[in-house]
Design a binder for this molecule. Sequence first.
Ligand SMILES: Cc1ncc(COP(=O)(O)O)c(C=O)c1O
Length: 377
Amino acid sequence: MLGRVPPVTKYPMVDLQSEVSELWSELSPAVERVLRSGQFIGGTEVEAFEREVAGFLGARHVLGLNSGTDALLLGLEALGVGPGDEVVTSPFSFFATSEAILRLGAKPVFVDVDEETLNLSPALLEEALTERTRVVLPVHIFGLPADMGAIMRVVERHQLPVLEDCAQAFGARVGGRSVGSIGVLGAFSLYPTKNLGAYGDGGLVTTESDELAARLRSLRNHGSTPQEKYLHEGLGYNSRLDALQAGILRVKLRRLEAWQARRLERVAAYRAALADLPGGDDGLMLPPDRPEHRYHQFTLRLPPERRVRFEDGLRGRGVAFTRFYPIPLTRQPMGANFGAAPVAEKACERVVSVPIHPWLPDEAIAAVAEAARAAFD
Ligand SMILES: Cc1ncc(COP(=O)(O)O)c(C=O)c1O
């Protein structure tokens, strides 16, 4: 195996080089198998991966796609979203969530988030629904499932479909069910930094519906029909998962739960190291401590001026950090006014995510705790 390229920071957000080293003996035969098969788009490797994910998640249909963004876009399109429709969603997410809605000519309607979980607040959902609402699109932010029980109670009264943005929450379960299979569709990202990440772009859509699965199969392949090659019933996309990624992902899927256990152990170490810091609105807020949390991110919140001091301390100690997200989707300069979301806006002024991954050393956690203590001196 070739040598490692030194990381830009001492403690990066994720450590894909350690991951590759740990997996090398399984990755190299998997990659070789795909290369020797000569089958690079679709085929048996992709089908095997889709089957294995279906088994893992307990989903009826799993379709590999180009990206999580496409999973949202094709999912919304399969549900019939188009110009003039409204899609109710969370303002605290990556831009792709609202981009998919806007791409289809529809309007995002933002429901502010719950202060603790940063997920769409079910208490505010009903008043956002109108006769133009076509879909409700909650996001399981940072790997913590949204309150799907409460959300489903509201949407069932209005007979609306739910598309879950599971980009950050692969493997999260609520009441024995995987996210993505509670609503009618689940959209997953396989971007390299995700908990189940490819070594390139990738995404998945899951559904229990045979009809939606058929529509999505056609959409991902230029609107083609399964019955006859080169017959196209409508417009579609070129959005397919490639076989090399599928081969790599099959190896990683087998490790996912063992890596999740290590992630949780690192989370426990963070909690112990940060336990003596002041809490509350003037202090340091830790991520919600819930067993269903997959901790795609470990996101802290602290008052804005303390956040700047904390970030300086992290920088000085070689610890990477990111503000997920600095701007709520309600404030993105997209030329339209999508209303206010005060809780999401307050969160954006306070959030800072620090490294979390199965290879995170104790020294990185100690450095984060030192930087936090210095910010509250
Ligand atoms: C919440 C959320 N939705 C959608 C996406 C889009 O996924 P992708 O980058 O695979 O297109 C992401 C990925 O960053 C995400 O975090």
